[in-house]
Design a protein around this ligand. Structure first.
Ligand SMILES: [Zn+2]
Length: 322
């Protein structure tokens, strides 16, 4: 069974700001405190930071091989408007291009943008698509903007012209960011105004299931990501949760994704994929046809035709379509 992972990150301190790691540690700390025992948030952050050393994604590719994941989407969120970041968005784009060249045929890349960087950022975005052949856009609205903000429309016009998907974080984030912009309903206006652009709601199959499921059911261009399902502290049993989701009648709209390196905390990609594909619960009562949609076909549908494996040869020197 072909498995594609629609939601991964390169586990590197080059791409994940320290402030973000500290925010994740704060979340963990407050959860553990409520249960009575919690290590110091600084210590939690240090231990996460120590795991973000896979700068070239060699470790990720080894994990994918062990798990039987053929190909993954690398998401590159742009936090630079709200946090000090080690690299500029431009440098991060170049590094992800190099990572893709290092591991041919293993990654798609969605480049991060923040509409508040001004017109120069639109030029950067177009150049990243042109020079590196990136496959989609990643938005992180908790940084302080709605995904339906008009300042994003020039980006969406480019996505429509190039048939590129837009991946939008929804749901909880770190305490220093704005949760109000993480509601999946914020996508509604943009989804209506850009029927030719596919919007993938990050984590929405885990954290906002009811709202996101009716959006996906009634907007032809809205999809649900399940990234983070195996690490969501709110789920008592993720196989049971996924099985419930996969019986809601929206399997043509749900995209499998792990949110690596989150999976590292729960035993690695191999155990997760094995439980999904071979375990007794996740696919119980889910037709084989739907499993194919969930594990790879839906992702291929939202990717630009030129990004699909059948056309996975470089279009021109200096560009990667790996
Ligand atoms: Zn993620």
């Amino acid at each position: 069974m072909i498995v594609y992972d629609g939601h991964c990150h390169v586990a590197s301190t080059d791409f994940v700001p320290r402030a973000f790691v500290e925010g994740v540690a704060e979340n963990v700390h407050s959860r553990l405190s409520a249960r009575g025992a919690a290590p110091d948030p600084g210590r939690i952050a240090d231990s996460y930071q120590a795991q973000l050393q896979d700068h070239l994604a060699d470790g990720l590719v080894a994990e994918m091989d062990r798990a039987g994941i053929d190909r993954s989407v690398l998401l590159v969120p742009d936090f630079s408007h709200r946090m000090a970041c080690p690299l500029t968005p431009r440098e991060m784009a170049r590094r992800h291009h190099e990572i893709r060249l290092r591991h041919p045929g293993r990654f798609w890349v969605y480049v991060g943008v923040d509409p508040r960087h001004g017109p120069g950022n639109l030029a950067f975005f177009e150049a990243a698509l042109e020079d590196y052949g990136f496959d989609g856009v990643k938005l992180y609205p908790p940084c302080g903007y709605s995904p339906s903000d008009l300042s994003l429309y020039p980006y969406y016009e480019i996505c429509a012209a190039r048939s590129l998907p837009v991946f939008v974080h929804t749901g909880p984030s770190v305490p220093c960011l704005d949760t109000q912009f993480a509601d999946p309903l914020n996508i509604d206006r943009a989804a209506r105004d850009f029927p030719g652009v596919d919007f993938v709601l990050g984590h929405a199959g885990v954290t906002n299931v009811q709202t996101a499921a009716y959006l996906a059911a009634h907007r032809t261009n809205v999809y649900l990501d399940i990234g983070g399902f195996a690490s969501a502290a709110t789920l008592p049993s993720w196989p049971v949760h996924l099985n419930r989701l996969f019986r809601m009648g929206v399997n043509h709209k749900v995209i499998f994704g792990t949110d690596w390196p989150l999976g590292r905390m729960t035993g690695g990609l191999r155990g997760i994929v094995r439980e999904v594909v071979e375990g007794p619960t996740v696919f119980a009562g889910v037709p084989r046809r739907d499993r194919l949609l969930l594990l790879h076909e839906n992702l291929l549908r939202v990717l630009a035709p030129a990004s699909r494996p059948a056309a996975a040869t470089p279009r021109a020197a200096g560009r990667s379509r790996s």
